[in-house]
Design a binder for this molecule. Structure first.
Ligand SMILES: CC(C)(COP(=O)(O)OP(=O)(O)OC[C@H]1O[C@@H](n2cnc3c(N)ncnc32)[C@H](O)[C@@H]1OP(=O)(O)O)[C@@H](O)C(=O)NCCC(=O)NCCS
Length: 179
């Protein structure tokens, strides 16, 4: 199957929320309000893999941040309002979330979504020169994609993820300068 990578629109919301629920445990799913804020305040960072008849097979959300040495752990708060953090003048892409539909996983679309959406953002916004993200140490597929795409670990945020079994896991912070 092949999908069309395009910018997300408001009409995609129900499908984005279906993917969100399929992608993450309830304790760490983000709210529809958070996604609506992203679409309104940071539309240039919202991308989807579209199939036929409005069905989506993946989404990726990002914001543009000022590039700073190291990182500020407070910036990565779940469900933060993109309107308060996204800046079109930013030099660094923060990839806030990505999900591929479970029916499509393991066929290369996750890596394609990630690499092409980032390439599109770098090509359209010439001030961008770096990308940053956080990942749960147990999300093997995501970690494979980020390493393969040249991201390196630069630190951790302790206790960021509730594992669902009472454990708290650190978030691994990864960055890739754009060459
Ligand atoms: C992360 C995610 C988007 C990847 O999508 P995908 O379509 O499965 O990714 P790909 O098919 O491109 O596979 C990427 C890599 O992960 C590997 N992989 C895929 N599923 C895997 C699994 N269940 N266990 C281990 N490795 C896996 C693939 O083999 C591939 O590695 P390789 O290139 O070294 O062979 C998808 O798994 C997902 O939506 N997960 C839930 C949400 C999530 O973790 N989001 C990312 C953090 S925000």
């Amino acid at each position: 199957m092949t999908f069309n990578l395009r910018r997300a629109v408001t009409a995609d919301m129900a499908e984005i929320m279906r993917l969100e629920r399929a992608g993450f445990a309830p304790a760490i799913q983000e709210t529809e309000q958070t996604f609506a804020e992203r679409l309104a305040a940071a539309p240039e960072g919202c991308w989807v893999l579209a199939g036929e008849a409005g069905r989506l097979y993946g989404y990726l959300c990002a914001e543009f941040w000022p590039l700073e040495p190291g990182f500020n752990p407070n910036r990565f708060a779940r469900d933060h309002a993109a309107g308060e953090t996204h800046s079109l003048d930013g030099e660094e892409i923060y990839i806030s979330s990505m999900v591929v539909d479970p029916v499509t996983r393991g066929t290369g679309w996750g890596r394609r979504l990630f690499s092409v959406a980032l390439a599109e953002m770098f090509a359209r916004h010439l001030r961008l020169r770096s990308a940053i993200l956080i990942v749960n140490p147990e999300w093997t597929a995501a970690r494979r994609i980020y390493s393969a795409e040249g991201f390196a670990e630069i630190g951790e945020i302790e206790g960021y993820f509730a594992a669902g079994d009472g454990r708290q896991l650190s978030a691994i912070v990864m960055r890739r300068p754009q060459t």
